[in-house]
Design a protein around this ligand. Structure first.
Ligand code: DX5
Ligand code: ZN
Length: 223
């Protein structure tokens, strides 16, 4: 049975005190920590790399959900595995070898996920479902925190949930990322998303406990 997972994105945290920021949300009972990796090529922004993941790893036992927004992800995946990633998602637009890359991640006993930008059709993942633990649907164009949710993505989430059901793959988690906040959480969860990435709607808030409680409360999932 799928359950709601809250995954605050550290992209909106205070980078001068990243460790303390992570410990704060970990103590508030978040399910995963979402770590955005950007290379300035696949997306027009540069964020953090495996050294930072490794440095943060000892601070908490909360699983690290590493979102690679980088070209040729297969070149760097071993480093992120070694640094302590528990789940790795990479973009289907970033490599011609999606299935091989998924298998590379799973072979290391790390959960494997594919990410799709808003314009990428669901058919790109339809035939590799047995190799996937989670599908990440971007609900903004990747690259920056604090962007506005793209409303047409609600329909895409619904279509993905239907596709998973049709292919007996409903156990695959559906993660949404971008513009997830109290005003969008109901629509995305009702459509079938169960993993919610939240950057500015958690780390951008003064009262993080309240922000997390509101997201849970607004979700269409019971747990
Ligand atoms: C955007 C990143 C997101 C980002 C979300 O490219 O993948 O994880 O942190 O930020 P918000 O929740 O502020 O839209
Ligand atoms: Zn992300």
């Amino acid at each position: 049975m799928k359950t709601l997972q809250l995954a605050p994105s550290i992209l909106s945290a205070d980078f001068s005190r990243l460790g303390a920021e992570i410990e704060e949300v970990a103590n508030l009972g978040v399910d995963w920590i979402h770590i955005d990796v950007m290379d300035g090529r696949f997306v027009p922004n540069i964020s953090i790399g495996p050294l930072v993941v490794r440095a943060l790893r000892p601070l908490t036992s909360v699983p690290f959900d590493v979102h690679l927004m980088i070209a040729e992800p297969e070149r760097y995946i071993p480093e992120f595995i070694d640094a302590g990633a528990d789940l790795i998602s990479f973009h289907v637009e970033a490599t011609p070898h999606v299935q091989r890359t998924l298998q590379m991640i799973r072979k290391a006993n790390v959960r494997a996920a594919v990410a799709l930008t808003p314009s990428t059709p669901l058919s790109t993942v339809e035939h590799i479902l047995p190799d996937v633990d989670m599908i990440l649907l971007m609900t903004v164009n990747p690259g920056f925190g604090g962007q506005k949710f793209i409303p047409q993505m609600v329909d895409k989430i619904r279509q993905l949930a239907e596709m998973l059901e049709r292919r007996q793959a409903s156990h695959i988690d559906i993660e949404v990322d971008g513009g997830i906040a109290v005003d969008t959480v109901r629509a995305v969860t009702a459509a079938g998303a169960n993993v919610l990435v939240a950057g500015s709607s958690v780390f951008g808030q003064h009262d993080r406990a309240k922000a997390l409680a509101q997201l849970r409360q607004e979700s269409a999932w019971t747990s």
